[in-house]
Ligand binder design. Sequence first.
Ligand code: PEP
Length: 252
Amino acid sequence: MIERQLLIAGNWKMHKTQGEARVLTREILRGLSYGLRAEVMVAPPYTALAAVAAELKGSTITLGAQDAFWEQQGAYTGAISPVMLADAGCHYVIVGHSERRQHFGDSNRDVNRKLLAVLDAGLTPILCIGETIEERQAEKTLLVVAEQLKEGLAQLPAGSRERVVIAYEPVWAIGTGLTATPSQAQEVQAFIRSLLRELIDQAAESTRILYGGSVTPDNAASLLSQPDIDGALVGGASLKSDSFLKIITAAG
Ligand code: PEP
């Protein structure tokens, strides 16, 4: 069986000035225990990327961005390209987060273009997918997730298959304090892996599928013990070093 290294990723969303980001990064670095098996990533806002990159230099924590536009450069006021993010020291880029879909109108097609551009720049995309509460209640969870996954991964170059990370984030669990139970999350994530087997063949076995949605120090260990949960995308609890460090510790 292929062993997948757990990834604990902090999505700081629209929080933290440069100074605050530096302090949080230093606290996380100071609190990391030796012999950590999980990979840790933080995704600050664009304005704090350089500051956090400087703090992370020489450490094992990787840097991520929360979104990217699909063009490399040009007249796209306000946009940031994957090439710029690579230049800023990023390794990961989150694409398709439900807050981007909800507030900025990102469609599955947009998400796909972003994902391909991120790969093209040599970076690793974290593709977020997940259903709303209405879709879950209408028993459309698997349908919605399948559509987001298939359209998000469309035209994926064969050589890039191994690089994609998926994050299953039920929209009703993001920032709400409601968490999918470990078995609810496992059910959907096992389904995602079975679909990945059709879409990307053997690479599905090494693809990391994260869970996101109100992950806390209290629920992290039980979620991470599930066979198809290969890490966590953490929003609120990644904004304070003590809660983020406890989640990292739960990952082992
Ligand atoms: C997220 O932003 O991806 C997220 C899961 O947020 P939270 O942990 O706050 O629910």
